[in-house]
Design a protein around this ligand. Sequence first.
Ligand code: CO
Ligand code: CO
Ligand code: CO
Length: 346
Amino acid sequence: MGKSSVPLTSLVKTSGCAAKIGPGVLHSVLEKLPTFSDPRLLVGFDTSDDACVYQVRDDLVAVQTVDFFPPMVDDPYAFGQIAAANALSDIYAMGAEPATALNLICFPSCLDIDILRQILEGGYSKVREAGAVIAGGHTISDPTPKYGLSVTGFAHPGSIRTNAGALPGDALILTKPIGIGILNTAAKADMLSEDDRRQVIQIMSTLNKYAKRCCDGLTVHACTDVTGFSLAGHAIEMAQASGCSVRIEADQVPILSPALDFAAIGIIPEGMYNNLDYLQDKFLMEKQLPQNLQDVLLDPQTSGGLLLAMPALEAKTFLERMEEYSPWCRVVGEVTDKKEKPLIWV
Ligand code: CO
Ligand code: CO
Ligand code: CO
């Protein structure tokens, strides 16, 4: 094997957030472990939130998260950017600003070390754009490359946004298009056009900083980022944490259109089937949706957008502010009283 000629994704079986352990398997392990309780831990992992929140002072909380995964693209610089944008996203989803980041690196000894330099340069560019600093890290030798960050951010306790708190009548907003997992699967099979490849990389590497800042000063009742558990999965988590249900209008959801075509011919990541398995008894359809559309709604996203629940009037202001940053941002549905299922597709 030549030292630099190997495409990154060829070293990987599953990639991006699709490489996550399935939610059902994970919960079965976690529920058997003892839980910690400390009044200063305001948000732990029992609510399926994006990051933990720890009270430092009356007016200050620390928000911490960690995320890393194998490459979903061959360009090392782009991979670094995507992995960093994805890790930083959980801080933004909680309504905080990132401050310090630590590199987490697994890198095969058979690869040219210059590839590692490019991955890190990509990561650093996003940390810099976020206004945070790289403060250290840890590297181990591993046949499958992986990269990500552990990020610490800070916020005023009052500005923390969790999964819980969505209220009936809230508009549900999504800031990035879905179908990313399917397109990454198509790219790995060498079926994606150069334009589509560039577009999906651009979307994955876009920081949720801009979406977070556009809702600063507005009322946000609940927020999360859409990653491996799919739009359906994250919407269900929000509904359950808030004691509500959500109605999502499938034809309002921003979708990268080639994803529908690839789904129709079975180009679908394994993570979609894990999500379907875990979620199928948690949603219902008012009308039957085409199979490929259902697949996209359950597609695991890598570095997806924010999913926000906010009063309809504030949502209008948010959408106006977001015009500058994303052509994809839109209202995809609404929060309702608790129904038979947490999620209803209409
Ligand atoms: Co998250
Ligand atoms: Co995450
Ligand atoms: Co959150």
